[in-house]
Write a protein that binds this ligand. Sequence first.
Ligand SMILES: [Zn+2]
Length: 374
Amino acid sequence: MEIREWRRLAIQSIAFFVVVFVSGLGFSQRIQQQLEIGVHAEDYKESRSQKTVFPQEKKEAPTVATKALVEERSDTYIKIPKEAIASPAKVYLQNRYMDFQVIVTFQGVARGGIDSGDILRVRGYHVSSGRISKKDPAFRKIEVVDQRERDLQKNSVQLRFTLKKAYEPILFESDEAYYISLLAARKAHEKIVVVDAGHGGMDEGTSSANRKYQEKDVVLDVQEKLSRLLEKTDMTVYYTRTKDEEVSKKDRTRLANGLQADLFVSIHCNALRGGSNTFGVETLYAGKAPRYGKLENKELADVILNQVVASTDMKKRGTIKRNDLYLLRHSKVPTAIVEIGYMTNQDDMSLMKKEIGQQKIAEGIYRGIMNAMK
Ligand SMILES: [Zn+2]
């Protein structure tokens, strides 16, 4: 217990130092890299595969379009006339969907370079700017944030839009204006899957018998392999976390529900202290019928269990009804938790820590999802 407390303190002080150090630059990616050096055991870090670029980290450049096309594609959109901004060096959009936030950065624009009065909200024939009414169907908040850098050329102005619903944003530009088109995610995509790597950050989940391996890392590694399989399909996949960070169960569930996802799969590991002979795969589901989607929870739990077992040759423990778990209780879409193995069992752990084992588990989950989406 004491050692854990020490470690927690150490991590917190590293985090604090790093935050203070790079806050002037304001990039969380840097913080993440610094933190990982302190957190992971050396041998395990080496075995970790190369990071995939996940949608949340992507910087989307504007696509050229006419105003008519923007209107056709949007439930609502933002228009910023180009004459209102001194020509930016670079413009890009980031979709922070976990926070229901869309961020557009105008790089090379000086402080105060964008007036909030020039940010026009358009819905049909209705155009507004300035204060947002509480009844606004799309926008909760719009912030204009000046980002100062040491190199003045890199000064930028960020527009941060906090939304009330899950939208799929696209940044467009025409000769006259920049447009941020917002279309309800459920309309924008035919197939939506939410993948959830359990735990993260200070919440480490469970661990191996010798406490060398932590659940939060194993499930993230499996997710990375799963993501590479899923990116080759026609499904749109959202991840509740893509790095070692803490995400609340509420936010995880909110994403799946907000998207009205076709299915929601949460990846976890089991453990039984003093029960090293307990091993195998199980999936968990809630007994209630999902509000959205075409699948029963039990069907999803069954198909994922069967496919993971087939892919890994691990022991099939079965599907278990759990109406008490937050994620299962609050999800309104077809949902299953897959417990990929027991970290306290040597054979399960040895499979889960190796690249090849993680790949097999990922393939099993992938086939389960593919079957469920048929
Ligand atoms: Zn867990």
